[in-house]
Design a protein around this ligand. Structure first.
Ligand SMILES: C[S@@+](CC[C@H](N)C(=O)[O-])C[C@H]1O[C@@H](n2cnc3c(N)ncnc32)[C@H](O)[C@@H]1O
Length: 399
């Protein structure tokens, strides 16, 4: 470790922190976090870093076990340190076992330990009481981890080709299944429920698109068909959380809001969120099998859909959409990561691999989106990006 290099990194952290404090935008926050990470990396010995990264699945395991032991709701309520024996009594579990889980959780910011074997909550332990964050942990741990473990073997079997077949991704290889990942989830109610909560949760602290996209100027102005015509169809919208978010933010919007997803997902969603009382229609629809049933909508919105599929599959989704679109009126909005041409962030890379594992999907750069959409009969109007976030909206219409 070169002390001069460390000094330079420290100065970078200080400068970016000053910028963040004087102008607390998302961009300046993310920039400061990255500079701090660079400093932290430089201070770490490579062998320690590799050991920690390799052991990191144990952290997710400890979070999952602590969740199963009901540790987080108890911790979250605590105003004074909670003794180990109180946490162990919850299930009950062996105090030594709980102590070992808590050791790892404290070391990773999921609790504080002001005195030996006494614990206080942190922002992360409080977050782990939220249904959607629980879904993130459980779905990734239970459905993705076993398949991730099989990826090297699977890639050897397919001759290190880029996975493109949703019927033979690492998920199918690991579980010996024949359907695509989403059909498989539909047959596993507990896994489907975890996954759908994960989808709600992965919006995380990211702003809803209605908070930053110029909805009024760009969508509502020009949407002239009245209250009975479709305004926004959320295709593959899961439980309808994005439509609910839209309704809350743009209550004045005239026109129908329609949720589409596989019939089992629509059914499952009814147990989680009440769309009907918000006037949101739900339709069971398979975007590979059928033409888009809602004709002439102002917007066809896809969030995290195209990243699930190879270009060939994505073209099929668009082929089924095009007959429903009205030239000069209907817009396609895809909310996705828009990968930078270099130095993508870790979360972008992790998501790219997760979709590869689950359904042979991929995240795309601008150029890849442009090539895909043009080859499918659409033209890109604009890449809408947001400060401080790798996700944006690709706006397209009929070519
Ligand atoms: C990655 S999730 C995204 C969910 C939601 N749009 C979001 O961002 O939270 C993909 C969604 O596509 C749906 N889906 C998968 N295959 C589908 C198909 N053939 N037809 C319709 N929806 C499908 C899944 O059920 C799931 O809800």
């Amino acid at each position: 470790m070169d002390p001069k290099a460390i000094q330079k990194l420290l100065e970078d952290v200080q400068t970016s922190l000053n910028t963040y404090q004087s102008n607390p935008t998302e961009t300046s926050r993310v920039e400061a976090q990255e500079k701090a990470l660079n400093l932290s990396r430089a201070l770490e010995r490579p062998r320690d870093a590799i050991l920690k990264i390799s052991y990191s699945p144990t952290i997710v395991m400890a979070i999952k076990v602590a969740h199963d032991l009901n540790v987080f709701p108890t911790l979250a309520k605590a105003t004074s340190p909670v003794p180990l024996n109180d946490l162990a009594a919850l299930k009950p579990a062996d105090p030594l076992l709980v102590e070992r889980m808590m050791r790892l959780l404290v070391a990773n910011g999921f609790a504080e330990e002001p005195f030996p074997c006494e614990y206080l909550p942190t922002a992360l332990s409080k977050e782990m009481t939220q249904r959607t964050s629980i879904g993130v942990v459980e779905s990734i741990f239970l459905e993705f981890f076993p398949a991730i473990q099989k990826v090297p073997e699977y890639l050897e079997v397919i001759g290190y080709k880029n996975p493109e077949d949703p019927l033979f991704a690492a998920l199918q290889y690991a579980n010996n299944i024949k359907q695509d990942g989403f059909a498989w989830l539909c047959e596993n109610p507990a896994a489907l429920s975890r996954f759908n909560a994960f989808m709600e949760g992965q919006r995380a602290d990211r702003a809803h698109w209605a908070d930053w996209f110029p909805i009024k100027d760009h969508i509502l102005t020009g949407a002239h068909k009245g209250a009975d015509a479709p305004l926004l169809v959320d295709i593959g919208g899961g439980r309808g959380h994005d439509l609910l978010g839209f309704k809350q933010r743009v209550p004045e919007a005239q026109g129908k809001l329609v949720l589409e997803d596989l019939p089992k997902v629509i059914e499952e969603g009814r147990t989680a969120l009440d769309l009907e009382s918000e006037g949101i229609e739900s339709v069971g629809y398979d975007f590979f099998a059928e033409e888009q049933p809602v004709k002439g909508s102002r917007v066809y919105y896809f969030r995290n859909i195209f990243h699930d599929w190879s270009d060939d599959k994505a073209r099929l989704i668009i082929k089924n959409l095009i007959p429903a679109m009205e030239r000069g009126y209907s817009k396609v909005l895809m909310e996705e990561y828009i990968l930078p041409d270099k130095n993508a962030r870790s979360l972008e890379g992790m998501t790219d691999i997760a979709v590869m594992v689950f359904c042979s999907g991929l995240e795309r750069t601008r150029q890849r989106f442009t090539n895909l959409l043009e080859s499918a009969g659409l033209k890109v109007n604009k890449f809408w990006t947001r400060e401080g976030d790798g996700q944006g909206i690709i706006e397209a219409e009929l070519a």
